[in-house]
Structures are given as C-alpha cells and as structure tokens.
Design a protein around this ligand. Structure first.
Ligand SMILES: *Cc1c(COP(=O)(O)O)cnc(C)c1O
Length: 795
C-alpha cells in the first residue's frame, strides 16, 4: 500500500468519525457510503470554489442548460474517476475490508428523467465540465424520481422512487438564494413617470429553494454546477388552525405548494394540459432565470450586455417560458424597453427540438394559462401580435391559435438558434414539420447530432474494454475520443480480437449472473445477447422484435434441427403509466418469455428475458454485455437515439432502420459493419395513403401466423389479453409499419446469425464499431454547441 492510499485510508476513517460519529467496527453500509461521499465532497468543493473564482475573475460567458429532466444515474464512482482517484480509493477501502462496488450498488440512481432527453442533459453536463465549457444545468429537484417498475405476473406495476430517503450527499442547499415565484392574481397597469408599468397583484406565491450539485470535469480541476430547484410554502404552517385542532388544514398550504416538486411527469404524450405540469415549467424557469439575473447584477455588469455574458439553452420546449420570463424581468423589473429586451432575449436563448411526433408537441389552453400566469400571458400575446405584424402569412407559425399557445412556435420565434438532434431529424424539420419557419428564418436552423458521455458509457461501465483499448492505443481517447479510430488498424489483429472476445465473454457472464439472480432464468453466456432496452413505445417497435421471436419459435418448432446460433433476447424498459398499448407490449414480451423459456423443445436455442426497472445503472450493466443492438424504430420517428451510440461504443453490432443517428452510425462504420433493414424516409412518406397492411397479413403466412397467435390461444388462454394489440395494428393500418418491415427484419436477423457464426469477422466488425464511435462522444457535440450556438470558450 502506497503513501497516498494510506493517507486516503486515514482520511476515510476520520470522515467516518466526524461526519457519521462512528468507528469502522460499528459503521453500517449507510455510514460507510456517506462517509466516503463526504470525504470526496471535500476534494470536489476545493475545485468548485476555484472554478467559480476563475469564472468570475475572467468574466467568462456562462451557459445555462435548462431542462425539466436530468437523468444522472449514480454519481459516486463517476466522481471518483473524474477526480482521478478511483484506484486509490478502491485499494484503500479494500484494506479496510470495504468493497467500493458494494457502496456503489448502495447509492440510489438520480433518476430525474424519463429517458433519452434527460440522459442527454446529464451527458452534456459531464462533457461541459470536462472540456472546460463554463456550463451549468438548471432543473427541478423532484421529491420522487421516475417511478420504479416491478413486473408482477408479466404486468408493469409502478412504485414511487424514494431517491432522497437516505439524504443526498452530492447537494448543497442554499436557503439564502431562494426566489419567490408568483402564480394567479391579476395585472394592474398604471402610468408612472409617464411610463406604463405592470403590477402583478393578488397573486399566490411559493419559494423556490436551490440545491447545487457539483459536476466534476475529467481530471481538469473544473467543477460546474447543476442547480436543482425545490419548493417551499411561504406560510407552511398555520399556527392558529393547529391550535384549533385542525391539523390537516394547518399544513394545507405546505402540501399544496410542495405538489409542484413532488414528481416528474411521465412522458406519455397523453398527459395533456395538466395545470400542475405548467406550474412546474414556470417554476423552473422563473427561479432559474431570476437567479441568473441576480448573479449577473451582483457582478456589477450592464444588463444591456446580458446576451454577451449569458447563454440560456432550452432542452425541448418544456423550459420555453424562459423567453417571456426574461422579457418580464428586463421590462417590468429592470425598466428596459420592449425592443431592447427582445433583442437581448432572442440573443440569449437557443432551443433544441427533440421530436416531430405531433402528439408530443406542447400546447396550452389560453384560458388555463391566462389564469395561472397573467403577466406572462400578456407578454406572449404581445410577442405574437408583433410577429403577426411582421410576417404576412402566419397560418402555421403564429404562437396563439385555436385558443392554444404553441410552445414550439414561441421557442423558435424567441430564440436565435433552433437545432435538431440528428441529420435526418434536422432535414425533416427544415423540409417538412417546420418548413414555414425555415422559410422565415433559414439561418436559425442547424443540426447538432446527439452524443453520449463516453467516460460513463465506456470508461466507467466497461472497465475491461477500456483497459484493453488503453493498452492497445494509449489513453488519449479518454480526453480526445476521436482517437478511438487508432483502434481501426487493429481490426485484423488476432491478438486484440481474442482479447476483445474475452472481455465480451466476461461481461456476458456477469450479466448472466445478474439475470439468474433477478429473473431466475439461466441463460447461456455463449449465446448471442440480442438487446433492446429503451422506453417502451409503439414507434420504437419492441413489437417488431417480439414478433420475430415468435416467428423464430414457430420456425424451430417446425424444424427442430434449425441451424442457428443460440440467442438470448433481452428487453428492458418502462411504459408510461397511462400508455395502455405500451403496457400491453410489456405483457406480451413477458408472456412470450414464459412460454419459450419453459418449452424444452427450444431450450438450447432461444431464451427471452425482460429485466425490470430499466435505469441508467441497469443500462451500464447490460450494454457492455451486448452482441446485437436493436435500433429498429419506424423510420423518421426516432429523432436521434443515444442508446444506439452506447452500444456501438461497447462493441455491439447494430441491427437498424435508417432512422435518427443510426444513419450517421452506418456512415461512420460503413454498411459492412452494421445490419440495415426496412423502408427509408422517402418510402415512408410515399407510402402514406397507399399502404394497406392487410395485403401483407393475407399474403405472408409467417406474418399471419404470428399475428393470429396473439388472439387464438397459442400464447395465452386469455384470448382478450392481446386483442387490443392485434386490432390496433389492423385498425390503424399498421401505422408504425411493423408488417411492412417484417420480411426485411427477418432477413436482417438471419444475416446476423450468419455473421456471428464467423466469429473472426464478427470481432473485426466490433473493433470497427468501437473505433468509429468517438464522433458520438458528447464532447464533440458540446464542442459544436459551444462554437456554433453559445459562442463560449472551451478547451
Ligand atoms: C440512453 C438511455 C436512454 C435512451 O435510449 P434510446 O435507445 O436512445 O431511446 C433511455 N434511458 C436510459 C436509462 C438511458 O441510459
């Protein structure tokens, strides 16, 4: 044991004593975990203070990334890695008979997001801190994260996520920086010194309390901030009411106020027009913008130069009220004129569009909106009025129409940059969904293909592969992910490929053990691990995947000697609680799994596993063990996808439609190193109106057999269970083109089987995939945002 490790050991024992009041021999897991976090905090805080001093001294432009979701996962080990002390810590703890791994498992995921959009925000924070961008997150500190999923009899059951139960060692509460947020009431207008002023009165208010989470850069001594806002009632306890024995009414205020931060809304595209959601969105934006302005003024800077020192980015339209809120502050509180305020606001704000699915586009009923946010409504009306005055034909582009406020339109008009998240997505925005805006503002539109934090999604989650890469090409790739291409020249190197095979086999063995523990299913670690893990949604087409599984099962029953490499189909993902069809898909996967896993006739060939409670930390365990990455969304529907990038980076081969970033992955690795299938965007649009799915159902016996098995008793006695799935496909004329792509998908799966049988070729493909995954690091994405949108410094 070296001196540094010994010092760490001593510090740790001291931390146990002074922060938990315990000695090692009577410390519980909670004590051991918190003592470690508290010790690491000390190191982090040192750099946090320095970073903020540097930002102030150099008067550096700051970026604020506003997002309703931050799907951070666990922070402990990631912080250790970024501080560069993971090995020291792990060895020192080992000396004390403490397993770092066990403490990591003990930590709760910070699951403040639904899926891709929230994880993107988390990856961006890691990259901003690591490539020296002065960039911070602004979000909500939900009391309960995204729900915990249990599978009971094949059905999804939701449970609350008590992530704050054991206190969060990574946050600092800053009570003294509270912001008052006002709802309801009315706006009085009067002339004061010959100027029209607006006074918001008779409002109800709550306090927004910031909790700051340090975001540690990778070995660069930089620590940025994720500021999460929590709520507190202004008069949370009514003493007189309590004295009269009315205990519930005494805390009614508190309960009403706290509802704002209780829970993250599940994105099911069905929760339309919910007042509480609008309250959350304004709460985030009001507290977030005001605290930025406060900080800015404290530094004595000139408000007319605000946009030169501050960039505000909105992650989808959820924080788009930042636009009227900044206008409100500049005009009502700071006394600027409209035109000046408008120029500052537009130049400060930039917007990322995440979806073209019309049911996911936010809009608010004006009557509900006007009541809750009277002054903000007036400002939006005025923005809309001026826009209509300036632009001739505003049929699709006005903000207010049909008694609704369209948040995407507000975001485009009120910002200086609108970006899509993959090349195809951005093209569709420009040519189709937002084409009327593209004609008005051609220069606002740009593409920023999503990315992933390669330090979490490779260095941290797959240490064996990371070591192999570093031994082969050196460690430069950790700070400069493009350097992964240096691996490409080893694609024919049998020593490297053998090692890669061992790494994958080891990861698969670990996942097999986990599956055996959690699902009581024994899977063959030498089978092909075929993985689809992501939110359950019709457009992501878990249905297409499970239909192929049913078809394969049928084929093996007909031909027991079918020569295929054994395969394990692994699924994981949550359905929004109100999304009926998605929940049916989960039940279908589990029903098929039960049937197949209990059928001795196919036991050496196929298995199906649904792992419950998909999360960042579960993804970190599954992805390193994956052979085949399923990225099979209906073309045009997946704006980018980021799961696809995580898998390729870990040496999986992708089976994909030409959708979202899959197209860019295919370009990067070449068509020999990915398996593509299905219709393309052009065909998708051409088929609208002419497609008839019954033609396929009636003419392709394989399709008919699979679909009929949903309702004919083959899978389950209950003929009604999957009838809704069956009829939604037929009734909606297969709107996600499952039947249309079925044949092509089966062929692609057969191709995968053939490729895997040539292990040497397969490993070569894996090397090529890893080598070309560097461009999908969010370091590159953030570099482009910093240069092309935010105009801020970076490494
Ligand atoms: C990466 C990630 C996602 C997004 O996956 P997609 O396949 O792009 O939909 C969702 N949830 C978690 C936990 C993730 O890590």
């Amino acid at each position: 044991m070296n001196i540094i490790e010994n010092e760490f050991k001593q510090s740790y024992i001291r931390s146990l004593k002074i922060t938990r009041g315990k000695s090692l021999c009577n410390a519980t897991t909670l004590d051991k975990y918190l003592a470690l976090c508290n010790l690491i905090r000390e190191y982090i805080f040192e750099n946090w203070v320095k970073t903020n001093e540097i930002y102030e001294e150099n008067s550096e432009k700051q970026v604020y990334y506003f997002s309703m979701e931050f799907l951070m996962g666990k922070l402990l080990v990631s912080n250790l890695i970024n501080l560069g002390i993971k090995d020291i810590c792990e060895n020192a703890l080992k000396e004390l008979n403490i397993s770092l791994n066990e403490l990591e498992e003990f930590e709760d995921d910070m699951g403040l997001g639904n899926g891709g959009l929230g994880r993107l925000a988390a990856c961006f924070l890691d990259s901003m801190a690591s490539i020296d961008v002065p960039g911070h997150g602004i979000g909500i500190r939900y009391n309960y994260g995204f729900f915990k999923q249990k599978i009971v009899n094949g059905y999804q059951i939701e449970h609350p996520d008590y992530w704050l139960e054991k206190e969060n060692p990574w946050e600092v509460k800053r009570q003294d920086e509270a912001i008052r947020v006002k709802f309801y009431g009315n706006v009085k207008m009067e002339y004061k010194d010959n100027k029209l002023v607006f006074i918001h009165q008779d409002y109800e208010s709550v306090l927004a309390i910031p909790y700051d989470v340090p975001i540690v850069g990778y070995k660069n001594n930089k620590v940025n901030t994720l500021r999460l806002w929590s709520v507190k009632a202004e008069d949370e306890f009514d003493y007189h009411m309590f004295s009269r024995g009315e205990y519930h009414r005494a805390v009614e205020n508190k309960l009403n106020a706290e509802a704002i931060c209780n829970t993250l809304y599940p994105d099911d595209s069905h929760e339309k027009g919910k007042l509480l959601r609008l309250k959350q969105e304004y709460f985030l934006v009001c507290a977030g913008v005001k605290s930025i302005v406060n900080q800015y003024k404290k530094l004595g800077k000139d408000l007319t130069q605000f946009h030169k020192h501050i960039a505000i980015h909105i992650n989808d339209t959820h924080p788009s009220l930042a636009i009227p809120e900044l206008m409100r502050i500049l005009i009502d509180e700071e006394g600027l004129g409209w035109d000046q305020a408008w120029e500052i606001t537009k130049n400060t704000i930039s917007y990322t569009n995440h979806t073209i699915m019309s049911e996911a586009l936010e809009k608010w009923d004006i009557n509900l909106f006007k009541k809750l946010l009277p002054r903000i409504f007036m400002i939006i009306e005025e923005i809309d009025r001026r826009f209509r005055q300036e632009i001739k034909n505003t049929k699709n582009t006005s903000i207010i129409s049909d008694n609704n406020i369209k948040m995407a339109n507000l975001s485009i008009i009120g910002s200086h940059s609108v970006n899509g998240v993959a090349q195809l997505h951005t093209e569709i925005l420009k040519k189709k969904e937002l084409k009327d805006f593209y004609i008005i503002y051609p220069n606002k539109f740009n593409n920023k293909t999503n990315g992933i934090a390669h330090r979490r999604w490779l260095l941290k989650c797959n240490p064996l592969l990371a070591d192999l890469i570093s031994q082969t090409i050196g460690t430069e790739w950790i700070c400069d992910p493009i350097r992964l291409v240096d691996l490409a020249k080893f694609k024919k190197d049998s020593y490297i490929k053998e090692k890669l095979d061992l790494v994958k086999r080891n990861n698969k063995l670990n996942l097999s053990k986990l599956i055996s523990r959690k699902n009581s299913i024994n899977i063959d670690p030498d089978s092909i691990f075929d993985v689809q893990i992501k939110r359950i949604h019709e457009y992501k087409r878990q249905t297409l995947n499970i239909f192929n599984v049913i078809h394969l099962y049928n084929t093996i029953l007909e031909n027991p000697n079918l020569d295929i490499h054994p395969r394990t189909f692994i699924f994981s993902g949550k359905a929004a609680p109100g999304y009926f069809m998605a929940k049916k898909i989960i039940k279908l996967i589990n029903t098929v799994a039960d049937k197949i896993n209990n059928d001795k006739r196919v036991k050496d060939k196929i298995k199906v596993v649904f792992m419950e409670d998909y999360s960042v930390s579960l993804a970190e365990k599954i992805i390193p063990a994956c052979d085949v990455s399923e990225q099979i969304s209906t073309t045009t529907k997946e704006a980018s996808g980021t799961g696809n990038m995580k898998f390729m980076m870990n040496g999986a081969i992708t089976i994909a439609t030409l959708d979202g970033a899959n197209i860019e992955i295919a370009k990067a690795v070449g068509e020999d190193n990915i398996v593509l299938f299905g219709i393309r965007a052009k065909e998708f649009y051409d088929l609208q109106g002419s497609y008839n799915c019954l033609d396929i159902y009636n003419n392709d016996l394989r399709v008919k057999k699979v679909l009929d098995s949903l309702v004919n008793g083959f899978l389950t006695q209950d003929h009604l269970e999957f009838e809704p799935l069956y009829s939604s496909i037929i009734k909606n004329n297969d709107q996600y083109f499952i039947l249309k792509d079925f044949n092509s998908y089966i062929n692609a799966q057969n191709k995968i089987d053939k490729l895997y049988k040539n292990k040497d070729k397969w490993l070569e493909m894996a090397v090529v995939n890893i080598a070309h995954s560097g461009i999908f690091s969010s370091d590159n994405t953030i570099y482009e945002y910093a240069k092309e949108i935010w105009n801020v410094s970076c490494r």
